[in-house]
Design a protein around this ligand. Structure first.
Ligand code: F6P
Length: 537
């Protein structure tokens, strides 16, 4: 048990936590009524929670907790457009981006439709070659510049759904779809390697930044614009080769974007919930508008499920209750996101922002310090690679962790041997983490695997836009429910600000400004860096 204290309404659960500590997972798995309650599906995504460390009594207590914390009343408030992001005084209405919030204000829903119409027109024009660069050539390469929520979702979806299949043609991105490149990091290599080999006449840049003030995006966009101007000398063509997605139209215009090609992002959409909006432009360009509609439909399915399913059958709620149980009661301080499908290699990165930026908090909605454990460190990897690296620690180390396994049932490459080995390994790793093994011989202790680690197995029937949309929206709603259970505002991210502010004087001091008021560690680093730099750089 954690020696931190526990959230309100956890009295019964804490007593149960002590009981479950000594209950082997195999015993839990022998209760078939429990198992059926823990197998739930929606939108082609099957969630198997049976490897979690809960019995029926605990499940009942967790559901009672959900009722006491009024998760569903708060869900309804979010979907109706109440200002639940109190520290930023904002509504939280990303489900409206996929028409999944029927009670959201009508003008807001109309705005979403109108913007989508404009985006789809642009997408059709680019994919058909009607939209051309300044020398009348069709667009072949699209460079998406953005970071965090303005990057991770689009790159995940394009990577997951836009890759070639066994026939060598793009799965959904047809021959008419442009190549999509992503630039996020402020490291010059990111943009330099991306631009190398691109032809400015056939390249379109999408600058995505809700604030249009994020350092990395500003610098990368400026570098891209210089690259374009150095090669074309045509400042008039900037408006044709650069489009923007932002809530800050004035700054985007100042940068030189053509107002007609600035697509809105609204303050009721958090960056990490924004891939369903104009931020998803590269997804639309790669997959086409029809597939993007399927992606939205998958997410809408998850919204409907979240709104309508009873608490005991509500996947985001059950996922959140179990994940919160794992942190608060079982002291699991990390969550391993193990995707057993190469197309989902970026899923851990995406979920890191979604879960950790949302619920990595230590004050309550009312600004009170939280004395209990909140979101764990989420990390992860892809395929069987991790089994030959960090799984050793997962099986025999001393850390307490939970894991999510994500696998895909359909063998789209028609390589059954590869596919079945992939799935067999994923299933087996979950089994080992659950059951472990206890060698009988005393001198074989080094082979002992304790098991008893909680995990969820998520099996997608296939990996198409609908299933991916559904999966991501389920995680969004899980994050919301966990925020309610922890009494956290999941929709702000003030913790990222300090580092941004501290970097400003350090940047100036690296260029010669007096650094004597810095702390000794930072001052030493700055001084050492200055000793390495040529005097005039
Ligand atoms: O610094 C964190 C953050 O604000 C994220 O929340 C956001 O997704 C990212 O930076 C990018 O912000 P923007 O879209 O305003 O450039």
């Amino acid at each position: 048990m954690t020696n931190l204290s526990t959230p309100p309404h956890w009295e019964a659960l804490i007593a149960s936590a002590n009981r479950i500590e000594t209950t082997p997972s195999l015993m839990l798995l022998q209760d078939h009524t429990r198992n059926s309650a823990l197998r739930l599906a929606t939108g082609g995504c099957r969630f198997d929670f049976t490897r979690q460390r809960v019995d029926q009594q605990i499940l009942g207590e967790l559901l009672a907790l959900a009722e006491k914390t009024q998760v569903f009343a708060k869900r309804d408030a979010m979907f109706a457009g109440e200002t639940i992001n109190t520290s930023e005084n904002r509504q939280v209405l990303h489900p409206a981006l996929r028409d999944g919030a029927p009670k959201a204000p009508a003008p807001l829903r109309a705005q979403v439709q109108a913007t989508k119409g404009q985006l789809y027109e642009l997408v059709e024009n680019i994919r058909s070659g009607r939209y051309t660069g300044y020398t009348d050539k069709a667009i072949r390469d699209v460079v998406h510049i953005g970071i965090g929520g303005s990057h991770l979702g689009p790159e995940l979806a394009v990577t997951a759904l836009g890759k070639p299949n066994s026939k060598g043609t793009a799965a959904l991105g047809t021959d008419s779809s442009p190549n999509i490149h992503f630039v996020a990091n402020v490291d010059a290599r990111d943009i330099a390697l991306t631009l190398a080999g691109l032809n400015p006449e056939t390249t379109l840049f999408i600058v995505v930044s809700k604030s249009f003030g994020t350092l990395e995006t500003q610098l990368n966009a400026t570098t891209a614009r210089s690259w374009f101007l150095e090669r074309t000398g045509n400042i008039e063509a900037i408006g044709q080769h650069f489009v923007g997605v932002t809530a800050n139209v004035e700054l985007a215009k100042k940068f030189g974007l053509n107002e007609e090609r600035i697509y809105p992002l609204w303050d009721w959409v958090g960056g990490r919930f924004s891939l369903w909006s104009a931020v998803g432009l590269p997804i639309m360009l790669k997959l086409g508008t029809e597939a993007f509609e399927e992606f939205l439909a998958g997410a809408r399915n998850a919204d409907e499920h979240f709104l309508k399913a009873s608490p005991a059958e509500n996947i985001p709620l059950i996922a959140a209750l179990l994940a919160t149980w794992n942190t608060v009661a079982l002291s699991c301080d990390s969550l391993a996101m193990l995707s057993y499908d190469q197309r989902l290699a970026l899923l851990p990165d995406y979920l890191q922002q979604l879960e950790m930026e949302s619920n990595g908090k230590s004050v309550s909605v009312d600004g009170e310090p939280l004395p209990y454990r909140t979101m764990q460190i989420l990390w992860g990897g892809c395929g069987t690679n991790g089994q030959h690296a960090y799984h050793q620690l997962l099986h025999q180390g001393t850390s307490r962790f939970a894991a999510d396994f994500i696998l895909v049932g359909q063998d789209d490459l028609h390589r059954p041997e590869h596919h079945q080995w992939l799935l067999a390994n994923g299933f087996a790793q979950g089994q080992a983490m659950t059951l472990g093994t206890q060698p009988e011989a005393k001198d074989q202790a080094h082979k002992r695997v304790l098991g008893q680690h909680p995990s969820t197995t998520i099996l997608l029937d296939e990996l198409g836009p609908e299933q991916l949309g559904c999966l991501l929206a389920v995680y969004e709603h899980k994050v919301f429910c966990q925020g309610v259970l922890w009494n956290i505002n999941s929709f702000d991210q003030w913790g990222v600000e300090l580092g941004k502010q501290l970097a400003l004087p350090i940047f100036a001091q690296m260029h010669g400004k007096d650094a004597s008021d810095q702390d000794p560690a930072t001052r030493h680093l700055i001084d050492y860096y200055r000793s390495l730099r040529p005097a005039d750089s």
